[in-house]
Design a protein around this ligand. Sequence first.
Ligand SMILES: NC(=O)c1ccc[n+]([C@@H]2O[C@H](COP(=O)([O-])OP(=O)(O)OC[C@H]3O[C@@H](n4cnc5c(N)ncnc54)[C@H](OP(=O)(O)O)[C@@H]3O)[C@@H](O)[C@H]2O)c1
Length: 347
Amino acid sequence: MAQINFGGTVEEVVTREEFPLEKAREVLANETIAVIGYGVQGPGQGLNMRDNGFNVIVGQRKGKTYDKAIADGWVPGETLFEIEEALEKGTIICFLLSDAAQIELWPTVKKYLTAGKSLYFSHGFGVTYNDQTGIVPPADVDVFLVAPKGSGTSLRRLFVEGKGLNSSFAVFQNATGEARTKCIAMGIGVGSGYLFETDFYREVTSDLTGERGTLMGAIQGIFAAQYEVLRENGHSPSEAFNETVEELTQSLMPLVAENGMDWMYANCSTTAQRGALDWWKPFKEATKPVFQQLYNSVKSGEQANISITRNSQPDYREKLEVELAELRDSEMWQAGAAVRSLRPERN
Ligand SMILES: NC(=O)c1ccc[n+]([C@@H]2O[C@H](COP(=O)([O-])OP(=O)(O)OC[C@H]3O[C@@H](n4cnc5c(N)ncnc54)[C@H](OP(=O)(O)O)[C@@H]3O)[C@@H](O)[C@H]2O)c1
C-alpha cells in the first residue's frame, strides 16, 4: 500500500507499483472469472481482464446482449455461456447484472456458490440492503467488491488508451483468508487507476449520494435553473445553452480535470474570476441543505427502496423512456443537440 496525503488526510491506497499486473495474474492464476451480465460494467471489466491475460468467461442470457458479446469476440461454448452454465464453471462470480436483476437472479446464483468460491460485486447495494434484496451470501464464500468510479464504457476506453478509472475496493466476508488479495488482484485486473479501500455500506451510501448529487442529479437541476433564468430574460437558446453547458463541458471541466478549480479560475478573465469567487459560497449555502436531505434519505434506506421498487416494475423500461424523453425533448437539450451538430470536428 502507498501512503498518500489527500489534502491533509493520509490514506493508504493501492497502485500498480505496489501490486503489479504480474502479481494479480499470479494470485488469480487458478481462477475462472465468470462475468455474469454483459450490460455496461460486464463488457468493460470482462474485456479488460481478458486483455490483461486472465481466464474469463461470460454468462449472459440469449438475445441482443448475448449477440453483442459474440461481436466482442466471446465464443459460445468456450468463453460465452448461459448464466447458469457460467455460474457452474466460475470460481469467482462477478455479479454484474443490474441491481434490480440481481435480486431476481439471486436464488439461482446462490445455488452455485459452493465453499471456497468468491462472490464479486461492483456495488455494495445488494448486500447492504439485504433486508430489501434478500442477498445474503453463504458463510463459506469470499465476498468482495471493486467499484470503478465511472461507466464501464469509460473503463474500457481509458484502458485502451493505457489509462485507468480509479476504483474503490472492499471485503465483506473473508472465508478463505485470501479475500483481500483476490479483491485487489481483481481491481488491478479490471484496469483500475488507483484503488482505495472502503466497506460495502460506505461504498453504497457515497455512490448513491454522488449520482443523485453533483455527478448527475444536482448538475442537471442547476443547468435547468440557470437556463430558464436566461431564457426568461430574453436570451436566445444558443446563448443560454453555451453559457450554461457547452462552455463547461468543452472548455472549463477539462481544465479542472487537468489541474484543479483554482487553475481553471486562474485561466479565466479577471471579471469571471471575481464573479465566481463571490458567488460560489451563496450556491454552496443554498444547496447544502438539499445535499443533507439527500444523504439522510440514502442513509435511511429510502433511496434504495425507491430504486428497487421502481426498477423492478415490469414496465420499468417504458416509464424510464418517458422520463428520459422529457429531458431529451426539453428546449435546453434540443438546443444542445443543435450546438453539438455545429461543433467544428463534426463538419
Ligand atoms: N453502469 C455503471 O456505470 C456502473 C458503475 C459502477 C458500478 N456499477 C455496478 O455494476 C453492476 C452492473 O451494473 P451495469 O450498469 O453494468 O448493469 P446493467 O447494464 O444495467 O446490466 C444489465 C445486464 O443485466 C442483465 N439482466 C437484466 N435483467 C435480467 C434478468 N431478469 N435476467 C437475466 N439477466 C438480466 C442484462 O441482460 P439483457 O441485456 O439480456 O437484459 C445485462 O446483461 C451494478 O451493481 C452497478 O451498480 C455500475
